[in-house]
Design a protein around this ligand. Structure first.
Ligand code: TYD
Length: 211
């Protein structure tokens, strides 16, 4: 596939959305053809699954939650991500499979190996070209979420859950340092953007060299 698959991930309240505008501007200046999408979601069916998954009134078994995440992901890959990458576009996704390792395995304490089995079943050996993890201490993220909005089904969880989620993201990044970047998102916006610019320039260089 000729495109580039870039994923933004991190615990709720880590600042992904805040920095998206900067990423959009950077790629637009480089005249890169880009689509922006999110998980769970990104297609009509996957957005319906998102509504079910995030609705705090739904009681969902942990196994069912994982399978619904991957059902949404499978549709997203087939209908949206693969076609765009085949056309040579960049795909920027707000979350992807690392969120399943972080929330369903880390947070919900399901064994990593089960996520890996479903990941391989749904994706084969397809993985993002680069995943940027926005990292902040749990206390900071909780303060941001409390200020910003009504909490969804995941955001209701306690700080210990989010500590496990955070550590799972950091473990994922440490396992494959060549295709992950961790940004300290608990610093000035300008500092975060400098780091982001550095990462994005590296991605562009890698992509142009492989074209
Ligand atoms: P989020 O991306 O935080 O959206 P918003 O910024 O609108 O709140 O919401 C998605 C939630 O879904 C988030 O709490 C993490 C969770 N999630 C999983 O538990 N597993 C997954 O595989 C994915 C993609 C998301």
């Amino acid at each position: 596939m000729n495109g580039f698959f870039l994923v933004l991930d991190g615990i709720d309240g880590a600042g992904k959305s805040t920095h998206l505008a900067f990423i959009q501007e950077f790629l637009a200046n480089e005249r890169i053809e880009t689509i922006y999408t999110r998980e769970p979601g990104g297609t009509p069916l996957s957005e319906r699954l998102r509504d079910i998954l995030l609705n705090k009134n739904n009681k969902i078994h942990h196994d069912s939650e994982t399978l619904l995440m991957f059902a949404a992901r499978s549709q997203h890959l087939q209908q949206r991500i693969y076609p765009a990458l085949q056309q040579g576009k960049w795909v920027i996704s707000d979350r992807f499979t690392d969120a399943s390792y972080a929330y369903q395995s880390g947070g919900r304490q399901m064994p990593d190996s089960r996520i890996a089995t479903i990941e391989n079943w749904v994706q084969g050996d397809f993985r993002p070209d680069m995943t940027i993890i926005f990292d902040v201490p749990v206390a900071v993220s909780q303060e941001r979420v409390a200020k910003a909005r009504q909490k969804d089904r995941f955001e209701q969880e306690d700080p210990a859950f989010f500590e496990r989620v955070r550590q799972a993201y950091l473990r994922q990044a440490a396992k494959n340092p060549h295709r992950y970047a961790v940004i300290d998102s608990n610093q000035d916006k300008e500092m975060v953007q400098n780091h982001l610019q550095h990462i994005l320039s590296g991605c562009l260089k890698q992509w142009r060299a492989n074209k």
